[in-house]
Write a protein that binds this ligand. Structure first.
Ligand SMILES: CC(C)(COP(=O)(O)OP(=O)(O)OC[C@H]1O[C@@H](n2cnc3c(N)ncnc32)[C@H](O)[C@@H]1OP(=O)(O)O)[C@@H](O)C(=O)NCCC(=O)NCCS
Length: 185
């Protein structure tokens, strides 16, 4: 548990303290500890972190851009009107919050922060949807709360059309800036 306000997410540094990170899911803990920095160095994914005063990681989110084949399991609404070329997407690969900070809205704030990044990127790069691969059904329920739709319906991949995200963000009040206020600790 941390005692002060938390700053905005920033890129993972090699010196960040990751050893004690525990979100309750071993594979997500291990990925941060063993692969996140290397994946960032090789430009496969970018990992943003929220840290405490000691630079201990309290939450992380890894994302990248990619594409899905038009013929793959892609929702009709995503495919509609598109030529049969690969569909560019913003992929949220992993989002996790340390147990000591769970249920304090940090996950929600972090997700909104990343979604804003995705929408901003889509101003310059053609990105049709935000896609997230939930680790399990529990995680799937978390993303469903934020307008993500599972597709295939019984799978762990969820979709949010970029035009829907952009419309939601346009309608949101400036007060909903995810890290405008410190996270309560
Ligand atoms: C899922 C996770 C990121 C949520 O982070 P968190 O900081 O605890 O969640 P928040 O406090 O921001 O919750 C925001 C809202 O989502 C709800 N919520 C949180 N986890 C949920 C879940 N698994 N299913 C459904 N709703 C959930 C909260 O009740 C809250 O609702 P409210 O706005 O009505 O109060 C976190 O529990 C975690 O790291 N879990 C382990 C790793 C994981 O599963 N990551 C996601 C898959 S990649």
């Amino acid at each position: 548990m941390t005692s002060g306000p938390l700053g905005k997410p920033r890129p993972l540094l090699k010196t960040d303290l990751v050893d004690q990170f525990d979100c309750g899911k071993v594979s997500m803990n291990d990925w941060l500890k063993k692969h996140a920095f290397q994946s960032q160095s090789s430009s496969h994914t970018k990992t943003l972190v929220v840290v405490d005063e000691q630079q201990r990681v309290l939450a992380y989110c890894a994302y990248s851009v990619g594409s899905v084949e038009h013929e793959d399991a892609t929702p009709e609404r995503v495919k509609k009107g598109l030529a049969k070329y690969p569909i560019p997407i913003f992929l949220i690969a992993r989002l996790a919050v340390d147990r000591s900070m769970q249920e304090r809205r940090l996950g929600k704030r972090f997700l909104l922060f990343i979604l804003k990044r995705a929408a901003k990127a889509a101003e310059d790069i053609p990105l049709i949807a935000v896609v997230v691969d939930a680790i399990d059904d529990d995680a799937k329920e978390f993303y469903r709360r934020f307008d993500f739709t599972p597709w295939p319906i019984d799978g762990l991949r969820l979709w949010l059309l970029m035009k829907d995200l952009q419309a939601t963000l346009r309608a949101a009040a400036p007060a909903e800036e995810p890290f405008a206020e410190p996270v309560e600790t």
